[in-house]
Design a binder for this molecule. Structure first.
Ligand code: GLC
Length: 503
């Protein structure tokens, strides 16, 4: 089976969120079970810079894709990652180089402002990806789009590219990593899309007078999935559906949930090169060193018995960073240390900086993303907070568990699916959950956790051991993706061979 994934990010080339990590791990896991996977993404400035700095090698295929978008001719060079080890099958990584669109600081905007031409940039990505398939002569069984930035590919597959022999039978799948980002643009971007105004109706691409990329992708894809079963259910409700609940309900069984895995080649204290001392389930002594190291790096007192609570996040309302801000005054009354790391909206960064200044002995805030430090943080932490208002999957709680840091999560989406609440009667569970999206509810959950940490040391140890033994591996998810691809292919076969419908 051959699959083309279209994405706007992939680690280590360009990343703003968890989706990029999925695009690094899932193609590899699929390759291991015999799927031939190609990935295509824009050649951003960060890709050019990463290659120039020697972090990876890329090469020009000397092939071009050319498109006409609303009378404007645009071309991109097709580049690819040079393969490291030719003996082992690996996914092929392609980049579309169109400097006019992608050689900029930032992927979707600069600072807090989106680029004005995002509709055009991502119309280009989806269409150029299909064009690339044609130019390279690749025959794909499935086109797999991720998020709104790639969501027009399934539309093109059923419209402009329907007559293209190479793609006319290709099935399509779209993965929704976050329904809160839909790619909504004004109606006058329709000519840029180039499929004709007849599709600008509520049945297809129109959404409250605007053009909605994600909705279009959902409508046109053979199969749709999101990144946990819990979020699949939530998406169908007005509370979590962001206005698309009706469109999603119509997909019925063609909408599924597949939990992301955690990449244990990267997030694993046994082999992690960035932490002070490696450790594993059988010998946890290294974790104490990692805690002391994190306290040092954060400028906090080196105290082995004080519970160290961390949060690594994008600072947006979705992630519930304001819940932590509201909880801080009551948390600070306890013997506790808090370390926060992340990037995001300025108002949150300002608040966190002020709080860290106010409590220098108890709180530290790192206000930009730092990959190495994130590893140190999980390794040093006793408790990891994931207080999201909604969370399609969430990766931090999985990473936390592997590092023996106990997650406290809000009971939503993938967080609900992956954390089993601690049960004081039988001592089972892997973490703590709270329900109300408030600072008070978060505080109570933290109080409960630190109480056990301080006074029921055996229970805590068991919690750590159980958390570390969880296995959220990509192998299981990859098999579910293969089943999803097979369903999409079968559905497409029925559509293209109506005679088969009776069988
Ligand atoms: C988005 C979601 C997050 C998910 C990630 C990868 O960032 O918000 O919950 O884990 O995508 O699918």
């Amino acid at each position: 089976m051959r699959v083309l994934m279209i994405s706007s990010e992939a680690t280590p080339f360009a990343q703003t969120g968890g989706m990029a990590e999925v695009l690094a791990a899932l193609p590899t896991a699929l390759t291991k079970i015999g799927v031939e996977v190609d990935v295509v993404m824009p050649m951003y400035r960060s890709v050019i810079a990463g290659a120039a700095a020697g972090r990876f090698e890329i090469e020009n295929t000397n092939k071009l894709v050319s498109l006409v978008l609303n009378d404007k001719k645009v071309s991109a060079e097709i580049w690819r990652l040079r393969k490291q080890n030719a003996d082992q099958p690996t996914p092929a990584q392609y980049f579309l180089r169109c400097d006019e669109y992608f050689d900029r600081d930032g992927l979707y905007g600069s600072g807090e402002t989106n680029f004005q031409d995002n509709a055009e940039r991502f119309v280009f990505l989806s269409r150029a990806a299909l064009e690339m398939a044609v130019v390279l002569g690749h025959q794909y069984e499935v086109i797999h789009s991720h998020n709104w930035q790639a969501a027009l590919a399934p539309v093109y597959l059923r419209t402009l590219y329907m007559v293209e022999p190479q793609l006319s039978r290709t099935a399509s799948v779209i993965t929704i990593h976050n329904l809160g980002y839909q790619g909504i643009f004004w109606h006058l971007d329709m000519p840029l899309v180039g499929v004709g105004w007849e599709f600008f109706t509520p049945k297809y691409m129109e959404f409250h007078g605007n053009l909605n990329f994600l909705k279009s992708g959902i409508v046109f894809s053979d199969m749709v999935n999101t990144v946990s079963s819990g979020y699949r259910e939530e998406m169908l409700t007005p509370e979590y559906g962001f206005g698309l609940e009706g469109v999603l309900q119509e997909k019925g069984n063609d909408l599924t949930g597949i939990l992301n895995g955690a990449d244990y080649n990267v997030w694993n204290p046994e082999i992690d090169p960035y932490i002070a001392q490696k450790y594993n389930l059988n010998d946890l002594s290294g974790k104490a060193h990692c805690k002391a190291d994190l306290q040092r790096v954060s400028g906090l007192p080196e105290a082995s018995d004080v519970p160290l609570v961390v949060m690594v996040s994008r600072f947006t309302s979705q992630k519930g960073i304001d819940l932590l801000e509201n909880a801080i005054p009551s948390l600070m009354e306890k013997d506790i240390q808090i370390v926060v790391l992340g990037d995001g909206e300025l108002r949150y960064k300002d608040n966190l900086a002020t709080l860290a200044k106010k409590y220098p002995q108890k709180m530290a805030a790192f206000l930009s993303y730092d990959y190495e430090l994130v590893h140190k943080i999980f390794a040093g932490a006793d408790i990891v907070l994931v207080p999201s208002r909604y969370e399609p999957c969430g990766l931090n709680q999985m990473y936390a568990m592997r590092y023996g840091a106990i997650p406290i999560v809000r009971a939503t989406g993938g967080l609900k699916d992956t954390v089993v609440p601690f049960n004081s009667e039988n001592g089972l569970g892997t973490g703590f959950k709270f329900i109300d999206p408030t600072g008070a509810a978060l505080s109570l959950a933290v109080f409960r956790a630190i109480d056990i940490y301080c006074s029921q040391k055996d229970d805590w140890k068991r919690l750590v051991v159980r958390s570390m033994s969880q296995n959220f591996s990509w192998e299981i998810s990859a098999r579910e993706y293969v089943a999803l691809y097979q369903k999409a292919i079968a559905k497409r076969m029925r559509m293209t061979n109506p005679g088969l419908r009776q069988v």
